[in-house]
Structures are given as C-alpha cells and as structure tokens.
Design a protein around this ligand. Structure first.
Ligand SMILES: [Zn+2]
Length: 211
C-alpha cells in the first residue's frame, strides 16, 4: 500500500469517534470539539436508516463520514473514492441558515455523497466535465427524492457553471483556491499573511501563463 494512504488509514483508525452500522465517524480535530458533529451524524444516519432503508444500504458503502473541510467554496460535502469517505464541512454548515442545522439536512448531504460512491463503483471517476455534470445531476435528483420521503420538497436543480469552472482550473489554481478557503477560517492577523502570500503566488502563476 502507498505509504501516504497507509498513514491516512492509521490516522482514521486513531480518530474514529463512533461506529454506526459499520460506518466510522471521524474527526481529525480536537476530540472535545467533535461532540456536536458526532451527534448530528448519528441522528442523520438513523433518519436515513428509518425512513429510507434502500438508500441506507447505499450509504453503508461508505467507510467513513469525516469532519474536515471542502476546497470548493459553496460545497458542504464531498466524496473521496480513495478512502470511500463522505467529507463533511461541518464548520461551514454551522454558519449556514438554521434549516441547515437540522439532522435531515446532513442526511441529505450523506445521501448525495453516497450516490457518488455508488456511481464511482459502477462507472469509475469522471474523466470529463460532461460526465461529471451527468453524475451530479443523478446525485441531486437522488437527494431530492430522499428529501421527498421525509416530506420536504426541494429542487434537484444545480449550478452547472461552478462545476465547469472548477474543471477548467489548473491543479495549482485548485490548491490556491483551497488555501483561500482555509484562510477564511483563520484569525484576521494570520489571515492577512495567508491571503497576501496566496495573492503573490497567484500573480506569479498568472504572469508565467501570460494571463
Ligand atoms: Zn456532488
């Protein structure tokens, strides 16, 4: 096994705080701070299991639900096929509208990411942006069908342009975008240093690319 993957597996073992029906709930931050996250994930998983057993089977394909951060600005969750994990940006969720603080909303995110997991198992990871958008369409429709079972009517529409823009970004731009998102969580003093540093790198990359 690749040493980096092995290392991460060990870290996941160490940071597993709870196991629900075989799904491990992980937080890499301070354990004392993870209580609300673990509680909400357990509630969300229990809702899926009770209200939608068929989709819960799909959710059980996931090995981990992990409290971490997502690089994309407006994403609250993402699926990582390397570890079969549903990443939840819980800090971002806590800053959203109060409807997002309901366990049903987190259940919706988990169903969405579990659909990515299923599609990734069936067809592999997207190799072009049109394929990725088709996959997103299925995941959004699935989350809407799941919410309908809970009595919430939500739209399955999503903004394709964000995905197209992301796909066109170079690897360095994605890394810089990730730093940008992290820097928003830092105290103002430190944030300024990070933003300035990222700004300098971005400028250098742009001038190198002749933009
Ligand atoms: Zn998605």
């Amino acid at each position: 096994m690749n040493p980096a993957v092995r290392y991460t597996e060990l870290m996941y073992d160490r940071n597993t705080l709870h196991v629900y029906e075989g799904i491990r709930i992980v937080s890499h931050g301070r354990k004392e701070d993870a209580g609300p996250f673990v509680n909400r994930v357990v509630k969300a998983l229990a809702i899926i299991k009770e209200k939608d057993p068929r989709r819960f089977k799909r959710v059980q394909r996931l090995r981990f639900v992990v409290k971490s951060w997502t690089a994309a600005k407006d994403a609250v969750g993402c699926y990582n096929p390397i570890f079969r994990e549903c990443v939840v940006d819980f800090d971002k969720i806590t800053k959203l509208h109060k409807a997002w603080q309901r366990p049903e909303s987190l259940a919706m995110v988990i169903v969405h990411e579990a659909t990515h997991c299923l599609l990734s198992d069936l067809f592999g990871e997207p190799v072009d942006v049109d394929f990725q958008i088709r996959v997103e369409g299925i995941c959004y429709r699935e989350q809407a069908r799941f919410m309908k079972k809970l009595g919430f009517k939500i739209s399955a529409d999503f903004d394709e342009t964000t995905y197209r823009q992301n796909w066109d970004r170079t690897r360095i731009e994605r890394v810089i975008g990730g730093f940008d998102v992290i820097s928003e969580r830092l105290p103002p003093g430190k944030r300024r240093a990070v933003v300035d540093g990222v700004g300098r790198v971005l400028k250098a990359v742009k001038s190198k690319n002749g933009a």
